[in-house]
Design a protein around this ligand. Structure first.
Ligand SMILES: CC(C)(COP(=O)(O)OP(=O)(O)OC[C@H]1O[C@@H](n2cnc3c(N)ncnc32)[C@H](O)[C@@H]1OP(=O)(O)O)[C@@H](O)C(=O)NCCC(=O)NCCS
Length: 211
């Protein structure tokens, strides 16, 4: 097992292409931002990651209690978390995290897809959402780090025409957006409106199941 990592530089001009779902899996499910009340669903998703996916996600093996603590801090960190929902459960997630108290010029992205949902284009589609949200918040540098052995994550970065740079055992993606434009803002707002409706439906469905 290698501890070496690499660094990727992603061209922000590729973001619109990344927004195209174009896969069977993505069209059969919902991708939307999580509500602050949905940290538990996020936690359940992270707990379902198999041992190797957990290690690739967090760059080392992590315990259940680590994940519980991490998911509980989702709201405190002020992250934007996208969930890939299937039947009300999150099967994949992408996080856009602040590096300071407010959205500054730099942020970090991280991805997790449950084993049985991997290799269906979900991680790529989530990358598109994250890049767009970063652009719309005026982020000038978006980092994505992964282990050097993580060929899938690097393939996604390359698909977005990233320049991969290997540094100190990490692969870090750097996106340098031109800044938000009318279409990127409109697309995120439209997705948020649909996401709001889907979140209400998911909540209703959970309440019915619990009754
Ligand atoms: C890495 C991860 C997010 C990718 O998500 P995914 O939905 O499986 O990936 P996608 O299907 O969107 O794309 C995977 C790409 O890798 C390519 N790929 C798969 N195996 C590969 C390999 N061994 N070598 C090179 N490329 C490979 C696929 O061909 C695909 O590219 P394509 O769409 O151009 O064909 C997901 O596998 C995951 O959650 N892994 C565990 C956690 C993790 O590694 N997180 C990233 C660090 S934050």
């Amino acid at each position: 097992m290698s501890n070496t990592t690499s660094r990727a530089v992603i061209d922000p001009d590729d973001a619109p292409e990344a927004l195209q779902p174009g896969t069977r899996a993505i069209s059969a499910a919902t991708v939307r931002k999580l509500w602050p009340t949905e940290a538990e669903l996020f936690r359940n998703h992270l707990l379902r990651l198999d041992k190797d996916s957990r290690r690739l996600r967090f760059a080392h093996g992590v315990s259940d209690s680590f994940i519980e603590d991490y998911a509980a801090r989702m709201n405190d960190m002020g992250s934007i978390v996208f969930g890939y929902f299937v039947d009300g459960e999150i099967r994949a997630a992408a996080e856009l995290r602040k590096l300071a108290d407010d959205w500054g010029v730099e942020a970090e992205a991280a991805f997790s897809v449950e084993r049985t949902y991997q290799d269906q284009g979900i991680g790529s589609a989530l990358m598109g959402r994250v890049i767009r949200s970063a652009r719309n918040r005026g982020i000038r540098l978006l980092f994505m780090s992964c282990l050097a052995e993580n060929a899938k994550m690097q393939a996604i970065a390359r698909k977005h025409e990233a320049d991969l740079r290997f540094e100190y055992g990490e692969v870090i993606g750097e996106i340098i957006p031109d800044g938000p434009d009318y279409f990127s803002l409109l697309a995120e707002a439209a997705d948020d409106r649909v996401g709001y409706m889907m979140a209400v439906l998911d909540l209703s469905s959970r309440l019915v199941k619990a009754a």
